[in-house]
Design a binder for this molecule. Structure first.
Ligand SMILES: [Zn+2]
Length: 216
């Protein structure tokens, strides 16, 4: 089980990202992706990015004579790293828009991947990239040259439990009880989702397959 994420943001070497993390009191990633399910509140990297964005945006708003930062969505900012079979990555991505695909999904670019860069993000990018400066002492062989800080639209696959993503409908089918949407029948038990579907199809003539497979 793994997950594919489509994201907007920038690319950075793990060495530079790790220098930024340790300078802010966090552990190095060493190229191991954060756990997917810990974002946004339990993952310390996500929390740090959000804190920086809020602070940057507040500074910019104050400089412009305003004060609002309440619309900042903490869900947008996270680190994604490619991984296959548990191998560590040399490259990380810092996002400002992303979504993860379970099996299939329509790409709704304007809704899911807006190109507009949120307030505070460019300052965050510059701060992280400052650790790529030769004065910081990271060997050039651990950096990614002109790609360092490159902004773009990327696809990242994250292996196994680090990237494990389950859309809400997967969980919902494993819980219950389920109620028929046509009558008062209630279904409980381990296969209650399928029993409910059979009931809806046989009793009410609903035109659905027994196991519809939603997008997500
Ligand atoms: Zn019914």
């Amino acid at each position: 089980m793994g997950s594919t994420t489509i994201l907007r943001g920038f690319k950075v070497s793990v060495a530079v990202l790790d220098a930024f993390l340790t300078a802010n009191g966090l552990d190095e990633s060493r190229g191991t992706p954060p756990f997917y399910h810990e974002h946004p509140d339990k993952d310390p990297i996500s929390a740090l990015l959000y804190k920086k964005i809020v602070s940057n945006a507040a500074g910019a708003a104050a400089a412009a004579g305003g004060s609002t930062t309440s619309s900042i969505d903490k869900n947008k900012f996270r680190v994604m790293m490619p991984s296959r079979e548990g191998l560590p990555s040399f490259v990380a991505y810092v996002t400002y828009a992303w979504f993860t695909v379970y099996a299939h999904r329509e790409l709704r670019m304007d809704e899911d991947l807006p190109a507009e860069i949120p307030a505070g993000f460019e300052e965050l990018r510059k701060e992280i990239l400052s650790f790529a400066d030769p004065s910081r002492g990271i060997p050039e062989t651990e950096k990614i040259g002109e790609e360092e800080g490159h902004m773009g639209l990327f696809v990242v696959y994250t292996h196994d439990i680090r990237g494990d993503y389950w859309p809400p409908w997967v969980y919902e089918r494993n819980t219950g009880p389920f109620i028929c949407d046509q009558c008062d029948a209630v279904f409980t038990g381990t296969i209650s989702w399928n029993v409910r579907q059979d009931h809806r199809i046989e009793v009410h003539g609903v035109k659905e397959s027994r196991d519809p497979f939603p997008e997500g």
